[in-house]
Design a protein around this ligand. Structure first.
Ligand SMILES: CC(C)(COP(=O)(O)OP(=O)(O)OC[C@H]1O[C@@H](n2cnc3c(N)ncnc32)[C@H](O)[C@@H]1OP(=O)(O)O)[C@@H](O)C(=O)NCCC(=O)NCCS
Length: 156
């Protein structure tokens, strides 16, 4: 991870305005850049999820969320969480922002004493999650027209 700019900080979304900033980043990255239909990008989990925002100065540049699952992924036991909607604005990628967000989502998962985390990684981002200790589980599948692979990380 190359964290070149110490002005970057990650905070928990704690009000509607910050949630709007997180959704705006997702709109740019997923809906505009990746052409994911808005009806699929937004879901009912947003109202209950733990969301993070990365800021550089006063500008929101990245986001990600953690959803606590009612049922663990297939073959697992205990309480698991799902990482999702990881999005860093294009001009800020490969500068360590995604890693900061993922680390802080994992810290929250550990605080909740979750047994593990899973996610659906777009195939081309697999390296990002492999580097953070996630392992691919199962076959490649298509989601919103994009090849994905499920990835998991046990926390204890
Ligand atoms: C995936 C994403 C969140 C990563 O954020 P980022 O800020 O660029 O990631 P970082 O700079 O923290 O990268 C951490 C490490 O992962 C690597 N990495 C980042 N993106 C990668 C990718 N797409 N493929 C392989 N490795 C990648 C970096 O090179 C870095 O490696 P290093 O530690 O050896 O230097 C960002 O690329 C993004 O928003 N992509 C578009 C949205 C998206 O596809 N989200 C994921 C949905 S599953």
């Amino acid at each position: 991870m190359t964290l070149f700019n110490s002005k970057i900080k990650v905070v928990q979304v704690s009000n509607e305005g910050e949630l709007s900033s997180a959704l705006a980043i997702r709109e740019i990255v997923f809906i505009e850049e990746q052409r994911v239909p808005e009806s699929l990008e937004r879901d009912e989990e947003d109202s209950n999820a733990f969301h993070l925002l990365a800021y550089e100065g006063g500008h929101a540049i990245g986001t990600g969320r953690l959803v606590q699952l009612g049922v663990p992924p297939k073959g697992e036991v205990g309480t698991w969480g799902r990482i999702g909607r990881m999005a860093v604005l294009a001009s800020w990628r490969t500068k360590g922002v995604g890693s900061m967000l993922l680390n802080d989502l994992e810290a929250e998962a550990r605080r909740r004493q979750l047994d593990g985390l899973f996610l659906h990684a777009q195939l081309f981002t697999r390296g990002f999650y492999l580097g953070a200790g996630y392992e691919a589980a199962g076959q490649i599948f298509e989601e919103v027209g994009v090849p994905h692979v499920e990835m998991r990380k046990r926390l204890r």
